[in-house]
Design a protein around this ligand. Structure first.
Ligand SMILES: [Fe+2]
Ligand SMILES: [Fe+2]
Length: 260
């Protein structure tokens, strides 16, 4: 069993140092890794990036992150990423990483993602160049996610997780105004997850949404925006596929264990 801790939309500002640290320091007692689903800062400044880095440095478990739209607000996303890098956080954008957790290879594929809407209610690559650019950017994010999930499959990962900021499905947006759904996610991300294959998809961004959802192929989706989960982080338990398990002492789960 792999225990995945996840949270997004922590929105730390210059005065936030120490607010999450006490909870994060105990995280290793409950989880094997921590996923950060973007919007880690309020305005995406380098200074705020340092605050986030201070909260998550040296937790004793691997930390993997994607950025969110707020982390791009000040055009300092590279500085935010660098601060997280220095704290040992792996920041993904259209790429994957393989973690060795007690001999089990856990793959995480990540992209911030973008909007566009959901099947039957979505924007398309049509008309003005700005509209084409909007949807093409979402498509590039989705392509990166699909390719990195496929790469993790080839790497024979026992567990694969898709990490985004924007939502792949409308289910986890329930509670948000319908009018803004196209700015909260895109069905292209769900297509990428279903085609690339994953055991769990984690996202943030929709503060008023709902925790639980599912792609059309049955991949469990969890909105871990902090206002949604209402705690420092959520923990999901994922079974390890026997055929892909490596190393000793791995408990394999024949049945899917419900996330909670
Ligand atoms: Fe947010
Ligand atoms: Fe956001």
């Amino acid at each position: 069993m792999i225990r995945v801790a996840a949270v997004g939309d922590i929105h730390l500002g210059p005065g936030s140092a120490g607010t999450l640290r006490p909870a994060f320091e105990k995280l290793h007692e409950q989880a094997d890794l921590l996923l950060l689903a973007g919007d880690l800062t309020r305005h995406g400044t380098a200074e705020e990036g340092e605050v986030v880095a201070g909260e998550v440095a040296g937790l004793g478990v691997p930390v993997v992150a994607v950025l969110g739209n707020h982390d791009y607000q000040s055009d300092q996303e590279a500085e935010v990423t660098a601060a997280l890098d220095r704290a040992g956080v792996t920041v993904l954008e259209g790429e994957g990483t393989v973690l060795n957790i007690g001999g089990v290879h856990v793959g995480v594929a990540g992209t911030k993602g973008f909007g566009g809407g959901f099947a039957g209610r979505s924007g398309g690559e049509f008309g003005e160049p700005e509209m084409k650019d909007f949807i093409r950017y979402t498509r590039r994010c989705a392509d990166g996610l699909r390719d990195s999930l496929a790469m993790l499959r080839e790497a024979n990962c026992a567990v694969r997780i898709a990490l985004t900021h924007y939502s792949p499905v409308p289910d986890t947006l329930a509670g948000e105004p319908l009018e803004i759904y196209p700015f909260l996610g895109s069905y292209l991300l769900a297509e990428a997850i279903d085609e690339g294959g994953a055991d769990l998809a984690v996202h943030g961004h929709a503060h008023m949404g709902t925790e639980h959802g599912m792609t059309s192929d049955g991949v469990r989706v969890r909105n871990v925006a902090q206002p949604v989960i209402g705690r420092a982080f959520a923990v999901y338990h994922l079974p390890v596929h026997a055929s892909a398990a490596v190393g000793d002492g791995v408990r394999t789960g024949a049945d899917t264990v419900g996330a909670h």
